[in-house]
Design a protein around this ligand. Structure first.
Ligand code: HEM
Length: 129
């Protein structure tokens, strides 16, 4: 029997499980491996702060999350794949009302991400940081 998501306690588990799957993944190819591996803890920390901000409505992430995505592959099927993976991680770990609510929230957020990123001009080459 799985338990429900408790964002205050589960953000690290959720983020670590998600990014564990995107690394060395056939679909994503090198996208998530391009950053030097020693930078990865910095990235993970950002993601903890980002998801803390989103799921607990308590701001810890103050950067622009869109710019680093502008020059990555960002066709709709990439976002669909990203979302399917995120849902599957939630299902693998949790079940319950909060889990369902989080899926709806992530659906909305992914759609908003996609629309916002598509509206940026291309070639805003950003660095890993
Ligand atoms: C096509 C789907 C996606 C791909 C391939 C992708 C890939 C990546 C990569 C490679 C980075 C590191 C970029 C860098 O710093 O150079 C990143 C950062 C990030 N991603 Fe995504 N991502 C996707 C969708 C999303 C979605 C839907 C969200 C939010 C719901 C999200 C949230 C973030 C955030 C917050 C960062 C950190 C940005 C920063 O450096 O401040 N990503 N993503």
């Amino acid at each position: 029997m799985k338990r429900d998501l408790q964002p205050a306690d589960d953000i690290e588990l959720l983020v670590d499980t998600f990014y564990g799957k995107v690394h060395n993944n056939d679909f994503w190819g090198g996208i998530f491996n391009e950053a030097p591996q020693e930078e990865w803890p910095v990235h993970l920390n950002k993601m903890y702060n980002f998801w803390h901000t989103v799921l607990l409505d308590d701001p810890l992430y103050f950067e622009n999350p869109f710019l680093p995505h502008v020059d990555l592959p960002n066709g709709k099927h990439y976002f669909d794949h990203w979302l399917t993976l995120f849902h599957s991680i939630l299902d693998q770990l949790f079940e319950g009302e909060k889990t369902k609510e989080t899926k709806r929230q992530v659906n909305r957020m992914t759609e908003m991400f996609h629309h916002t990123i598509m509206a940026f001009p291309k070639n805003n080459k950003t660095t890993w940081r």
